[in-house]
Design a protein around this ligand. Sequence first.
Ligand code: ADP
Ligand code: SF4
Length: 587
Amino acid sequence: MKRIAVIDKERCNPIGCGGYLCIKRCPVNRMGKEAIVIGPDKKALINEEVATDACQVCVNICPYNAIHMVKLPDELTTRPIHRYGKDQFMLYSLPTPLTGKVVGILGVNGIGKSTAIKVLAGVLHPNLGNPDAPQADIAQLIRLFKGTEAQAFFEKLRDREITVSYKPQDIEKIPKAAKGKVKDLLKKVDQKKQLGQVAAQLEITPILDNNINEISGGELQRVAIAATVLKDANLFIFDEPSSYLDIKQRLRIAQFIKSLANESTSVVVIEHDLIVIDYLADQLNIMYGKEKVYGIVAQPKPAKAGINAYLEGFIREDNVRFRDHKIKFEIRAHEKKSGKSVIAQWPAMEKKLGKFHLSVSEGSIHRQEIIGIIGPNGIGKTTFVRLLAGVEKPDTGSPETKVTVSYKPQTLESASEKPVLEVLQEAIQKHMSDIITPLNIQDLFAKPLNTLSGGELQRVAIAQALSRKADLILLDEPSAYLDVEQRLIVSKVIKSIAETRGCAILVVDHDLLFIDYLSDRLIVFEGAPAREGIESGPYAMEEGMNKLLREVNITLRREEHSGRPRINKPGSVLDREQQAQGKMYYS
Ligand code: ADP
Ligand code: SF4
């Protein structure tokens, strides 16, 4: 049996555990060997080759769950590609770019997706699983992948037939590293001299004269995509290109990225928005293993079959079950909660804020309702909720009910060094079983806020907003940084809180599948961001979705096995049928 031992150095807290508890209690150490020792960074360090296979004492004793000892699948015969350190994450295989195709990568957070594409992009030089050995050269990689598609890929890389351009996930770092006007920064990378054309396609022409540190998240994402495609490359790699983009922009970007793949160019994309990746990818690589410990890339499959296998949690060809349950999107009637008492009611209202004007149409929300809110950023969604809460006074009209509001903002940044345990004190006391445990926050208790990853901070912020006592809870983009599984867990937690507490929950999000799965009704915002916002609804799901889908000119159907929504191919029989009936949405 092969096994891998990993210590999460961020979690390891030798002072907090009373002084290297694992080292003191390790039965192998007590016999005079050195299975677990103090590392150069003063954290615990496991000597995998000395530790005994069956012993799990340190795993069970560590109060911070910092130690992982995991059995590797017996079927795993491939040699490792990269290990970050002696007792750190190990990557076992690589996705293969295919000429003329978009290859998608799907997997939970922490499974090695970014690591894998950094190797492909040449940003990370792999050590073939031995962190003490010199980095592998391309000849070694070619030998390692003999007889596979990857061999051909590395040969082309060696012969300089492949030039890679890569968009990283964490675009927030760009304004910290680069200064100046967007136009000047893009000119520097414009090897193809296509800045004007690409800027128009990505709709960033109006912000070219802005400073890079003054643009919004959605604008920054499109600038990063522009910088990637302006390079004269024939392999384009995008790590989470849809973050911060609204639904329309996501579809536009998907079409744009799809159009890059041609007879001499290939594209690789990591993406958690299932509707987007389904629309975008020709082939799909599932990554599985154990998050933070090891990751394996499965053989590529056609996108539809790949997404279904991912939801199923089973890869037939490799005979691997990587999740003990299936993910299924039950075909359900979106619930009508009109029988419940009204929690918020308002007449038509107007509000001017500087150059921005918001008009709101008359409406009401009931107890226990989950209202999905769709529309672009900067269109007045927060202002609307502030009007309902009475924090902002409308110029005309006035809400008939005054509600208390709990709010999770879209952008999460924390410089606080307070540990999660302190920040979430109230939630931990009152909502251990319905919020903290399902969101898997216990493991984060000791971590200071400013050390959390995007996904961790998101879960903490959601827990905080859901645990505050309020009539309305507004969650602005809760799906950002979360993987597919986490998005579904968050949906379930939101549903159960609305039901048990009798509050209403408003969810602003741009992941159409998440909104569809979660919402009872929809509020739609239209207009021109930063100038004019027009609110209408809440609509019944079908009406609201039809309104949105007509605007973006796509039709949706349900996939027969998983029940997930899929975009119909434009011009296909189903697309034309649904368009003719005015039924853009399937329900
Ligand atoms: P969203 O939550 O959808 O991003 P907001 O309600 O925050 O939208 O803001 C909508 C628009 O109103 C934005 O373009 C913002 O710049 C502008 N805005 C918001 N508050 C003010 C204010 N106090 N003064 C001037 N403009 C504002
Ligand atoms: Fe203490 Fe756990 Fe770190 Fe060992 S791994 S030193 S038990 S915190």
